[in-house]
Design a binder for this molecule. Structure first.
Ligand SMILES: *[C@@H]1O[C@H](CO)[C@@H](O)[C@H](O)[C@H]1NC(C)=O
Length: 399
C-alpha cells in the first residue's frame, strides 16, 4: 500500500506540469491597461489586474515576450501631446509602469523594429497629428523622438470629411525587418521607409499608392512558408501584402518584390468586399483590423450589424499563391470589433469589441481556419458610444 502510494506521488511529481491558463492584455480608452486570464479548458475568462496607465486614451498594445515588456500608445488628441508607456511584466504577468515619454498627439498604433533583435526601437503612427515618430529603447520618461516625420497633403482626398489630412493608422515591418510601412488613411498611401538597423533611422522609399478614396487602415504580410518577421531574414518568395481599407470597405492585395534598387515594389492583385458574393458593405460599415494565420486571413467589419445588431469577422482562405477567397462571416460578439488577435496555437481568437467594451473569445480550428462558437466574453471598462473614441481599444495574447 505504502509502495503504491509512493509510486503515485512519484508519477505526479514527474508528470509535466501543464497549464491551461493563457494571458491577454487589453487596453481601454478610459485610461486602463488590463491583464485577463483565460482558461483554455474551462473557458473561464477573468480580469486579473486593471492598471490606470498609458495616458488618458490608451489605444494600442505591443508585447515583447523576449524582454517581457508591454508598450502602450496613447491617442490623446485633446492635448497638443500624448505619450508612449513601457510596462514590465512580472512572472505572473502582472504589469508595472517603467516609463512614460511624451509623443506627438493622436498615437493609434506602434511596432518594434531595428537593432540586432528587431526590438531595439519603437515606431508610432499618429492619426490626428499626421505623423510617424520613433524612439530608441529601452524607453525612459525623458526619451525624446529620434525622428518625427510629418506628412502634408496638397488637397483633401475624395472622402473630404475623413481625408482632410494625412492620417497614418498603423506601423508594421516587412518580414525581413528592413522596411517600415504605414497605411495612411487620409492620403490613400502605404508610406514606406528603409530601416537603418544600427541607428533606427528611417529613410523614405517611394509610397505604394492605393485606389483613391479607399482609406487604408491596417495591413498584413503573408508568404507561403509561414515565418515571423525576423531581422535580416532573406526576402520571402511569393510575398503578399493584404490591406484593410476603412473608407471603401475593400480588402486589397499586392504582390511584393525586393528590387536591387533597395526599396519595395508592389503589383496590385485583388480588391474584394468582405461580404458574401462580393456585395458592397452595408451602409455605415467600417472595415477594421486584418491578421494572417497560416493560409487564412481575417478582417473585421465594424457597425455592419450582421448578427442581430452585433458585428462580424470575415474569414478568407488563401491559395498557395496568396489568392484570397472569401469564406464567410462569423459573429464578433459585440459591436465595433476594433481589434482582434489569434493565439500562437491558432486555437482561439480574441475579438475586442470597442463599443460594447468586451473581449469575446471564439474557438478556431487550426486545420480549417474556421471560427467556431463564442466560448467566453468579458466586459472590460466602460461601455462606449457608437462612433466615439471610447470603449475597448486593443487586445493581444501574451506569453
Ligand atoms: C451582442 O453582443 C453583446 C455584447 O457582448 C451580447 O451581450 C449580446 O448577447 C450579443 N447579441 C447577440 C444576438 O449575439
Amino acid at each position: 500500500m505504502a509502495v503504491v502510494r509512493y509510486l503515485c506521488l512519484l508519477t505526479l511529481a514527474l508528470a509535466p506540469s501543464f497549464s491551461y491558463a493563457a494571458n491577454l492584455y487589453a487596453s481601454t480608452y478610459d485610461g486602463t491597461v488590463n491583464l485577463l486570464t483565460f482558461d483554455e479548458k474551462s473557458h473561464a475568462l477573468s480580469l486579473t489586474q486593471s492598471l490606470k496607465a498609458c495616458g488618458s486614451m490608451p489605444s494600442w498594445l505591443t508585447w515583447d515576450s523576449a524582454n517581457r515588456k508591454l508598450y502602450c500608445t496613447d491617442e490623446d488628441f485633446y492635448s497638443s501631446t500624448a505619450s508612449i508607456s513601457s510596462l514590465s511584466a512580472a512572472s505572473d504577468m502582472r504589469l508595472s509602469v517603467d516609463a512614460k515619454a511624451t509623443t506627438p498627439s493622436g498615437g493609434v498604433a506602434n511596432t518594434l523594429y531595428g537593432g540586432s533583435d528587431g526590438k531595439s526601437y519603437i515606431a508610432i503612427a499618429h492619426y490626428q497629428s499626421s505623423k510617424v515618430s520613433t524612439f530608441a529603447l529601452p524607453l525612459k520618461s525623458s526619451s525624446k523622438p529620434l525622428q518625427e516625420l510629418t506628412f502634408a497633403m496638397s488637397a483633401p482626398g475624395p472622402n473630404s470629411a475623413r481625408q482632410d489630412a494625412s492620417h497614418p493608422h498603423e506601423v508594421l515591418t516587412d518580414p525581413t525587418g528592413s522596411f517600415l510601412l504605414a497605411p495612411d488613411l487620409g492620403a490613400d498611401l502605404i508610406r514606406i521607409w528603409s530601416i537603418s538597423r544600427n541607428t533606427g533611422a528611417l529613410t523614405s522609399c517611394p509610397s505604394l499608392k492605393v485606389t483613391p478614396g479607399t482609406g487604408p487602415r491596417h495591413a498584413a504580410f503573408w508568404s507561403p512558408t509561414p515565418r515571423r518577421a525576423k531581422n535580416g531574414a532573406a526576402a520571402p518568395t511569393n510575398l503578399k501584402l493584404f490591406v484593410a481599407n476603412e473608407l471603401s470597405n475593400i480588402i486589397s492585395s499586392f504582390s511584393v518584390t525586393y528590387p536591387s534598387s533597395g526599396c519595395l515594389s508592389f503589383k496590385k492583385m485583388q480588391e474584394l468586399s468582405p461580404f458574401p458574393s462580393n456585395a458592397p458593405a452595408p451602409s455605415g460599415t467600417k472595415v477594421g483590423e486584418i491578421h494572417v494565420k497560416g493560409n487564412y486571413l481575417y478582417t473585421t467589419n465594424r457597425a455592419d450589424g450582421t448578427f442581430s445588431g452585433n458585428d462580424s469577422v470575415a474569414t478568407w482562405k488563401l491559395s498557395s499563391k496568396g489568392v484570397m477567397r472569401f469564406a464567410g462571416l462569423t459573429e464578433a460578439g459585440g459591436t465595433y470589433p476594433r481589434t482582434f488577435a489569434i493565439n500562437a496555437a491558432g486555437t482561439f481568437v480574441a475579438v475586442g469589441d470597442q463599443t460594447t467594451a468586451n473581449v469575446a473569445i471564439f474557438a478556431r480550428d487550426p486545420g480549417t481556419g474556421e471560427l467556431g462558437e463564442k466560448v467566453a466574453s468579458l466586459r472590460v471598462g466602460d461601455i462606449g458610444h457608437a462612433e466615439s473614441e471610447d470603449g475597448l481599444s486593443s487586445v493581444i495574447w501574451a506569453k
